[in-house]
Design a protein around this ligand. Structure first.
Ligand code: F6P
Length: 356
C-alpha cells in the first residue's frame, strides 16, 4: 500500500515529527510513503514529491520547519480572509487527482491549520481518502485540546521575556513584547504567565489603556521600576479595533498593537518604553520535547486512521489521549481563552493585569 503526506499553510515546530511518525508507523506496516512538496502544490502535475523511507527521517525530529516545504498561497488557498472561505476550483482538484491516482495513493495525510483542513474537507467530500492532522502554534482549534508547535512558541516567548527582563530592569524601563496567536491569546497568556509579565493583553479581554497605565504607576509607587507587558497581536482596546492589515495577496495579517500600546504607555506614565515584536522567531527553531512527542504521536495516529479506513477524520488530543474527530466538526471552530478560566483567574491572583 502507498500513502501520501503533505503539510500546508504556515510552518510550525513539530511538523517533521509528524512526518517521522507517519513514515515510522507506515513502514512497520510495510507501506510506502510519498511526501508531497510545498503543500498541495506538490500534487499538481507532473507532481513534486519524494518517496520517504525511514532512513530519510533519521535526525529530522530535532529540525524546525518542514523537510517537505510548505506554502500558504498558491492554487489551493481555501481561506482568503477572516471568516471568508473559498472552495478550490474543480479543475485544480481534478488535476491533483491525476497525480494521486497515477501514484496509487490510497490514503493522504494532510497536516495543517484551519484553512488547510478546510481544503482537506473539500477533498474528502469529493471522494478523496484523506485524514487530517491539526497544526498551529496558535493552539486555537476547538477540536483538539493541544496542537504541536504551541509549546515551542511559548518556550520562545518565555526565553525572550527572560532576556528582556534583564535589560528592562537595568534601565528601569517598560518593555512591550508583541507575540503571535491570531485571534487567540494562548501564546500571550502562557508565555506571559511563565515569563513573569505583569501585564498581558489578549484578544479575548479588550483592554483599557488607562488601566494599563495605572498598573504600571502602581508598580512604580511600590518600587518596581521595570515592567514587562505582553501584547497578543490580536489584542484590541475596549473602544477600538484589532490591528488588521490586508497584504498584497488579499490576506489579512495582524500586527502593530505592541507599538501602539507602548506609545500610549510612554505618554500616560512618562516611563521610557521599548517594543519588541517577536514575530516568526516563535515559529522557527527546534521543537520542544513536548512537541516532538505530540507530533510523532499525531503521525502514528494518522496512519492508524488510514488503516481503519476512517477517512474524513482528523487526529485530536483530548483528555491526555490522542484520538480522532471528523474534520467537518473541527473546522471553523476557534478555541479561545475564556476570560473566567482558571488560568486567567490564577494570573490575576498573582497580580497580573489584563487591562480590563
Ligand atoms: O497561524 C500561525 C501564525 O504564525 C499566526 O500566529 C500569525 O498571525 C501568522 O501565522 C503569520 O503568518 P505568515 O507566516 O503568513 O506571516
Amino acid at each position: 500500500m502507498r500513502i501520501g503526506i503533505l503539510n500546508s499553510g504556515g510552518d510550525c515546530p513539530g511538523l517533521n515529527a509528524v512526518i517521522h511518525g507517519v513514515v515510522g508507523a507506515a513502514s512497520q506496516l510495510g507501506w510506502e510513503v510519498v511526501g508531497f512538496r510545498d503543500g498541495f502544490e506538490g500534487l499538481l502535475p507532473p507532481g513534486d514529491f519524494t518517496i520517504l523511507k525511514p532512513e530519510d527521517t533519521v535526525g529530522i525530529l530535532k529540525l524546525g520547519g518542514t523537510i517537505l516545504g510548505t506554502t500558504n498561497k498558491g492554487h489551493f488557498g481555501a481561506k482568503v480572509g477572516v471568516g471568508d472561505i473559498a472552495l478550490v476550483p474543480h479543475e485544480i482538484v481534478a488535476q491533483a487527482k491525476q497525480t494521486t491516482e497515477q501514484l496509487g495513493i490510497e490514503g493522504l495525510v494532510i497536516v495543517g491549520g484551519d484553512g488547510t483542513l478546510t481544503t482537506a474537507l473539500q477533498l474528502y467530500r469529493e471522494g478523496w481518502p484523506v485524514v487530517g492532522v491539526p497544526k498551529t502554534i496558535d493552539n486555537d482549534l476547538r477540536a483538539t485540546a493541544m496542537t504541536f508547535g504551541f509549546d515551542s512558541a511559548v518556550v520562545t516567548v518565555v526565553d525572550a521575556l527572560d532576556r528582556l527582563h534583564t535589560t528592562a530592569a537595568s534601565h528601569k524601563r517598560v518593555m512591550v513584547l508583541e507575540v503571535m496567536g491570531r485571534h487567540a491569546g494562548w501564546i500571550a497568556l502562557h508565555g506571559g504567565f511563565a515569563g513573569g509579565a505583569s501585564i498581558i493583553l489578549i484578544p479575548e479581554i479588550p483592554f483599557d489603556l488607562d488601566r494599563v497605565a495605572e498598573a504600571i504607576l502602581r508598580r512604580e509607587a511600590a518600587g518596581l521600576h521595570s515592567t514587562q507587558v505582553v501584547v497578543a497581536e490580536g489584542a484590541r482596546p475596549k473602544d477600538g479595533r484589532q490591528m488588521l492589515h490586508v497584504t498584497g495577496s488579499g490576506e489579512y495579517k495582524l500586527g502593530g498593537m505592541g507599538e501602539q500600546v507602548a506609545r500610549e504607555i510612554a505618554k500616560r506614565t512618562g516611563k521610557e518604553t521599548r517594543t519588541c515584536v517577536l514575530g516568526h522567531v516563535q515559529r522557527g527553531g527546534a521543537p520542544t520535547t513536548k512537541d516532538r512527542i505530540l507530533g510523532t504521536q499525531f503521525g502514528v495516529k494518522a496512519v492508524e486512521l488510514i488503516q481503519q479506513g476512517k477517512f474524513g477524520h482528523m487526529v485530536s488530543y483530548q483528555n491526555f489521549v490522542v484520538t480522532e474527530v471528523s474534520i467537518s466538526e473541527a473546522v471553523h471552530r476557534l478555541r479561545l481563552v475564556k476570560p473566567d478560566s482558571q488560568m486567567v483567574q490564577m494570573a490575576r491572583a498573582v497580580g497580573i493585569t489584563f487591562g480590563d
